[in-house]
Write a protein of this length. Structure first.
Length: 276
């Protein structure tokens, strides 16, 4: 009896937490179909009568922000940044685990330490350095994302690689594989669960990031979050209807990617836990 009551209470709490997370998204979706003046007066009601404007907010938002171009730049930066992060950090983690010398220890703990350094602490120095090194473009920002994303990614890959039997790599070496071939053909396919988890975490971070693209590439190559901010007009005026509509469009790719890959998350996180 006690167990049954505990399960019921746990279910109610989980449903409550889920509703708390879904509610803000639902509010944004509902308000994206309202007239902009109705959003301020009644943000939590369903659109009806003159409040309902259909897809006009979406049309206005797409035209005002140049959404298709911003979407293209966001996709380019996100996809290539995630690919570079996975390739470089998995190789780095493999080297750290297999070599095990003082340099690897220093490198590993330096990367782990970088996870606790707030971005705001280095953002102005970083933006100036990016400008001096001519990294203030869509190609350069990929390298910057590699630097900021390396800490967590190496940490997760390192934990998983410790569980990979060394004998598999030794067998590949005996068969004539070079270290690069051993990694690409043997180790990397084994890392798939953790790689997918790392890809999801970094994709959601990079896609939704506003501050770094704004500081580094600015309005020349607007990403989706930066483009949405340009819906703000003078004297603090904001086209809330169009902004809500663009927020809905901006989260669709991330949700689709997450839903298609969610089965790997728990498996990858568990596999990437710290091993002795």
């Amino acid at each position: 009896m006690g167990r049954k009551i505990f399960n019921i209470i746990s279910f109610i709490l989980l449903v409550g937490f889920a509703a708390a997370f879904v509610f803000p998204v639902a509010v944004v979706l509902i308000n994206s179909f309202k007239a902009k003046f109705s959003i301020n007066s009644s943000p939590f009601t369903l659109p009806h009568g003159d409040e309902f404007v259909g897809f006009s907010n979406y049309v206005t938002g797409v035209k005002s922000t140049g959404f298709p171009t911003a979407l293209g730049w966001s996709l380019f930066i996100t996809v290539f940044s995630v690919a570079i992060i996975i390739l470089c950090t998995s190789m780095c983690a493999w080297y750290i685990v297999r070599v095990k010398n003082a340099f690897c220890e220093i490198l590993y703990y330096s990367l782990v330490f970088s996870m606790i350094v707030p971005f705001q602490m280095v953002m102005f120095t970083m933006s100036k350095t990016a400008n001096v090194l001519h990294l203030d473009n869509p190609f350069g920002i990929i390298l910057i994302y590699l630097g900021f994303g390396a800490g967590l990614s190496v940490f997760m890959f390192t934990g998983f690689i410790k569980t990979v039997p060394l004998g598999i790599e030794e067998a590949a070496t005996i068969d004539g594989c070079s270290p690069i071939q051993t990694f690409m053909l043997i180790v990397l396919p084994i890392l798939k669960p953790t790689a997918v988890t790392v890809a999801i975490l970094n994709a959601m971070w990079i896609w939704n990031d506003y501050l770094l693209p704004y500081l580094v590439i600015g309005r020349d190559y607007k990403t989706v979050p930066v483009a949405i901010q340009y819906l703000k007009g003078g004297y603090g005026s904001v086209d809330m209807g169009s902004m809500m509509a663009m927020l809905v469009l901006s989260v669709i790719p991330v949700i689709a990617f997450y839903l298609s890959s969610q089965k790997y998350i728990i498996k990858g996180v568990a596999a990437g836990a710290v091993k002795g």
